[in-house]
Design a protein around this ligand. Structure first.
Ligand SMILES: Cc1ncc(C[n+]2csc(CCOP(=O)(O)OP(=O)(O)O)c2C)c(N)n1
Ligand code: SF4
Ligand SMILES: [Mg+2]
Length: 298
């Protein structure tokens, strides 16, 4: 992090503390979720987004247990269903900054259809995919991102099916923003989260998240040796074919913004019938007497 950002953050300690809660941390020691929440709070503060203007939607899982560790509007929904929750909230009140958090189990198994349609619809939501390559909260079963051959609690002889490549899959769905970051690098995550918050459509942020309890294969140390920064390679972030080529290379894991399409119209900008309105759907909620209608149909 550069000197200016460090100074800005230091001068914003009060704003950072406004996002803190007094809830007891329940994540294991060394869990990547600590760094992710820290970076997210930093990014929100640096972007001058206040807790009262922020809605965090949490899926079920270890990542979801962050729901009472951040003081803003929060919803803790059903497993795999965080994206419809977040999209609905954003459509109802576009003035809010809406961020959704989910694990690899929720995103690429239970909720995989929601991911496909969130990308296709380009809902203006920041999506943080905590990829720890296992169902951690339920004690370490293999997920669809667990590499083939890994020994997990319910597959002691090793996973036999090929894992999905989240970035390759997402890049195949004509997304408008795709980035990858790493839970041990709080500075990098902060930068990427800030970029995702700037984006006007659906921001897919893949976080390589360490889980020292159930994923010993890909530790922080392992990731440090297997990642590279795409910025240093002068990657053109508006070239989707270049992005696809990078993520298909299994030897090194790319960090940074992989693809961004600022031209794509997001869902809200495409809903033309609300174009002339100044109010949000939440502001338009009012009591309506429907007794006459009920009498008529009873
Ligand atoms: C519909 C449904 N299926 C299964 C569960 C049980 N369950 C709760 S958390 C969890 C694992 C979550 O894994 P992941 O989404 O990767 O999040 P992590 O715990 O790794 O952060 C499962 C299977 C549930 N609560 N609801
Ligand atoms: S089980 Fe893994 S993901 Fe869950 S809190 Fe512990 S280290 Fe974190
Ligand atoms: Mg997981």
């Amino acid at each position: 992090m550069d000197k200016k950002t460090v100074e800005t953050l230091a001068s914003c300690a009060d704003q950072y503390m406004a996002y803190e809660t007094d809830q007891v941390m329940t994540w294991c020691g060394g869990c990547g979720n600590y760094g992710i929440q820290n970076a997210l709070k930093r990014a929100l503060v640096l972007e001058k987004i206040k807790p009262r203007d922020t809605l965090m939607c949490f899926d079920v899982g270890c990542n979801g247990n962050g729901s009472d560790k951040i003081d803003c509007y929060t919803i803790h929904g059903l497993h795999g269903r965080v994206l419809p929750l977040a999209a609905g909230a954003k459509i109802a009140n576009p003035k809010l900054t809406v961020i959704a958090s989910a694990g690899d189990g929720a995103t690429f198994s239970e909720g995989v259809s929601h991911l496909v349609h969130a990308i296709r619809s380009d809902y203006p939501v920041v999506f943080l995919h905590h990829d720890n390559q296992n169902y951690a909260l339920t004690t370490g079963q293999a997920s669809s991102t667990t590499p083939v051959g890994c020994h997990k609690t319910a597959t002691p002889d090793g996973v036999v099916t090929e894992n999905l490549n989240p970035l390759a899959m997402v890049l195949g769905l004509s997304p408008s923003f795709v980035a990858q970051t790493f839970s041990a690098d709080v500075d990098h995550m902060t930068k990427i989260f800030q970029e995702a918050l700037h984006h006007k459509g659906f921001s897919f942020v893949q976080i390589l998240q360490s889980c020292p309890t159930y994923n010993r294969e890909t530790s922080d140390a392992w990731y440090s040796e297997h990642v590279f920064d795409v910025e240093k390679e002068k990657h053109d972030v508006e070239d989707i074919w270049a992005a696809r080529k990078i993520v298909e290379n299994p030897k090194k894991l790319p960090l940074g913004i992989l693809y961004r399409n600022p031209q794509k119209k997001n869902f809200l900008d495409s809903v033309l019938h609300r174009d002339h309105l100044k109010t949000t759907l939440t502001e338009e909620v009012r009591h309506t007497d429907i007794s006459k209608f009920l009498e008529k149909i009873s």
